[in-house]
Structures are given as C-alpha cells and as structure tokens.
Design a protein around this ligand. Sequence first.
Ligand SMILES: Nc1ncnc2c1ncn2[C@@H]1O[C@H](COP(=O)(O)OP(=O)(O)OP(=O)(O)O)[C@@H](O)[C@H]1O
Ligand SMILES: [Mg+2]
Length: 112
Amino acid sequence: MKKLEIIIKPGVFEKIKAVLTELGVHGLNYSEIRGFGRQRGHKEVYRGTIMQVDCLPKIKVEVVVHDEAFEKVVDAVVSTVRTGQVGDGKIFVSDVADAVRIRTGERGDMAL
Ligand SMILES: Nc1ncnc2c1ncn2[C@@H]1O[C@H](COP(=O)(O)OP(=O)(O)OP(=O)(O)O)[C@@H](O)[C@H]1O
Ligand SMILES: [Mg+2]
C-alpha cells in the first residue's frame, strides 16, 4: 500500500476528489494547510492575483491506495492539476506497512 500526500491549490480540490472517486478510491482525508515551495520570497499566482509568497493556503489530500493503483492515481492527479506554472503542487509517496479496519479486523489491502 502507498500513501499519497497530494498538496494542491484549494481551487482544484473538488476536481481531485471527483477524479479519485472515479478511480475507485474508497476513502481520503483532506486538510486546509499553508505552505511554501521553492519560490519563497518570490511571486506565485493565487486566485488570479500575483502574491508575494510567504505561506499560501493549500489543500493536503491524504489517500492510501493499493500498490497496483498508485501510479494511475499519480498520473490522473498530475494531468488534472498541471498548468505548467509554479505552485501547481506536489505529491509525496510513502510505503504503508499495514492498515486495520477496526469494525472487522481486516488487515492490509483488505482493509482499504
Ligand atoms: N519539500 C517540501 N516538503 C514539504 N512540503 C512541500 C515541499 N515542497 C513543497 N511543499 C508543499 O507543496 C506546496 C506546493 O509546492 P509547489 O508546487 O510550489 O512546489 P515547488 O517545489 O516550489 O515547485 P514549483 O517550482 O513548480 O512551484 C507548498 O506550498 C508546500 O505546502
Ligand atoms: Mg513553488
């Protein structure tokens, strides 16, 4: 299993949620965060306005997916949100050792 932390602009969250659902993702978390990337101290477009970057509002989506699914999910997210401009976002991928569905005790892939 892989965990994807997908950091995106708030404006594309609904689109990402729809894409993930379409790909069969059964659960996700999102949080409203603030962050910066490489352009700190430079300029980034936010909601059509050029803003001095300190920490801009972003959405972080966390989703755990089957090993076979994660490349497809990454590709779908990238092709959905890429504008080619700075600040398009980032995806961090990590291995997940186990998962437990508390109701049934199912483990691993069965628990997703
Ligand atoms: N190394 C990092 N570690 C943790 N979070 C990061 C890191 N880099 C970026 N982020 C998060 O991702 C958000 C979007 O990053 P962003 O797309 O600007 O990345 P970037 O590396 O600056 O690429 P680009 O040059 O395309 O803008 C940041 O606002 C921050 O929340
Ligand atoms: Mg950046």
